[in-house]
Design a protein around this ligand. Structure first.
Ligand code: FEO
Length: 396
């Protein structure tokens, strides 16, 4: 299927990883791609590589276009091993004396990953490199999402090679956004929610910087998923909205349950929220992957978390979710805690403390019910849901 000529003389020589289902804790239930790009000009540049185990596949693809030994230089936009793992193998074929351009932090990171010395050349924002008829320009994007990240912009073609930004963990028959239509957006949203959300303030600054630089794009080429060639404004607008952490009248009731009591509470709380006009989603952590729940958190105004008390603590899946969400730093949400218990009932207090620690506006006190909720208990849950809805500030 690959390589693909994405513009005259410019090829995607990356690979599709159809089978990956877990990307360091993110559920990649439709695989992913590791995109890498070959620009054939007077000089030949390779931008990014792939995971180590796909190195030979990538080399075979390059060889259908040019002998890899004809590559003059390599650009490493990002040190993480899904884009640089194949670098030593690739350089062995390309020639270990050929320059590898990367950011200053990239130079440090690559040296710490690979013992073999390569001809690293550090570049900074504003630096340019002529390929002959075309020019590569570099823009460091520190902490989006590693210290080493940078963009490479092909000036004459107005193509942005954006590394992880604007990507999606998705492998399918499509290669471009217009081949997917709206179906691309849930993948892009999940990627943002699980990889980039904690850097939202930096993304806003970057979007502002890109606007001030007057960069225009005929194509945005991330290192994962399909390439944007039709609706660049759509992904740029979505990144602005997600980075501003804009939410809607949507509440999540995230829980796990031992003997169904916390589930009954969750569904009654969701009922109370729905009755107040909120779009409420009960999400059972035994059936919903943490990364899918996090995708829903991205535009939810309230996150209500429930757990039974197990061994004086919260249920492990709930602790897992709270830890995961905390790291991704959603801001400005309403929070609430609930759960059933037998005799000690610490879980609700512990959840409340965790959500409070994330600066959620807490609905206090949380709601805990002994053993099995009766009709009065379920009515209390519905009332709790309405209380959360009120704290969300209307339906806007
Ligand atoms: Fe796709 Fe941060 O690597």
């Amino acid at each position: 299927m690959r390589p693909i000529e994405i513009a005259p003389g410019i090829y995607d020589v990356g690979v599709k990883d159809w089978n990956i289902r877990d990307f360091h804790g993110y559920s990649t239930y439709q695989g992913t791609t590791y995109n890498a790009f070959l620009v054939v000009d007077d000089k030949i540049a390779l931008i990014d590589t792939v995971k180590k185990e796909f190195a030979d596949q990538m080399l075979r693809q390059i060889a259908t276009i040019v002998d890899p030994r004809r590559i003059d230089l390599v650009v490493s936009n990002h040190t993480e091993m899904d884009h640089s793992g194949a670098l030593p193998r690739i350089m062995h074929r390309v020639g270990e004396d050929k320059p590898v351009y990367c950011s200053k932090m990239g130079l440090k990171g690559l040296k710490q990953h690979f013992r073999a010395p390569l001809n690293y050349q550090a570049v900074s924002t504003g630096d340019e490199l002529s390929l002959g008829r075309r020019t590569l320009a570099f823009l460091e994007t520190r902490m989006l999402h590693w210290p080493d990240n940078m963009f490479t912009y092909l000036k004459e073609d107005q193509i942005l090679f954006s590394s992880d930004a604007f990507g999606q963990h998705y492998a399918g028959p499509e290669n471009f956004d217009d081949e997917m239509g709206e179906a691309v957006m849930p993948h892009a949203k999940k990627y943002f929610a699980n990889i980039l959300l904690l850097y939202a303030p930096l993304i806003l600054k970057l979007l502002d910087q890109v606007g001030k630089m007057g960069l225009t794009f005929k194509m945005i080429c991330p290192d994962h998923g399909v390439l944007w060639r039709r609706d660049m404004h759509k992904i740029l607008e979505a990144y602005g909205r997600w980075a501003r952490q804009e939410t809607s009248a949507k509440a999540l009731v995230v829980y796990d349950t031992m003997w169904q009591s916390t589930r009954h509470m969750a569904e009654a709380i969701a009922g109370g929220l729905a009755a107040a006009g909120v779009r409420a989603l009960p999400l059972d952590l035994r059936h919903c992957h943490r990364s899918d729940v996090m995708t829903e958190v991205l535009d939810a105004r309230a996150v209500v978390v429930g757990s039974p008390t197990l061994n004086n603590n919260v249920f492990p899946t709930v602790a897992d979710f709270l830890t995961y969400m905390k790291g991704l730093k959603p801001l400005g949400r309403v929070g609430a805690a609930f759960g059933s218990y037998g005799w000690s009932g610490e879980a609700v207090k512990l959840i409340g403390a965790e959500l409070g620690g994330m600066n959620f506006r807490m609905v206090e006190p949380g709601l805990r019910l002994p053993y099995v909720p009766d009709a009065d208990g379920l009515a209390a849950c519905e009332a709790f849901g309405r209380q959360v809805a009120a704290a969300m500030g209307g339906n806007a």
